[in-house]
Design a protein. Structure first.
Length: 84
């Protein structure tokens, strides 16, 4: 579990994808990756479903988008980079 911040204000940032195996989550590369995965399903969703991988692809997208929802902790606050 990745909890960041002081004891008085902790944020649960479990989820999302690490960038390059270096225990850092960068928001912009992750957003690009989730966007491209989503776009690929729009373009090739039927083929992905025919291959039996639609549930896995949707789960991968949800993992990233759920992280972004959790990382948006205040109306004007988004955790853009997190190290573990």
């Amino acid at each position: 579990m990745l909890i960041v911040g002081s004891r008085s204000s902790q944020v649960d940032l479990v989820g999302g994808y690490y960038d390059a195996g270096d225990h850092v989550k960068f928001g912009l590369p992750m957003a690009f990756t989730v966007t491209m995965l989503s776009w690929s399903l729009l373009e090739y969703g039927a083929d992905v479903a025919d291959a039996g991988e639609l549930a896995h692809a949707l789960e991968s997208i949800k993992w990233g988008t759920d992280y972004f929802i959790k990382a948006h902790t205040q109306p004007d606050e988004l955790w853009a980079e997190v190290t573990n």
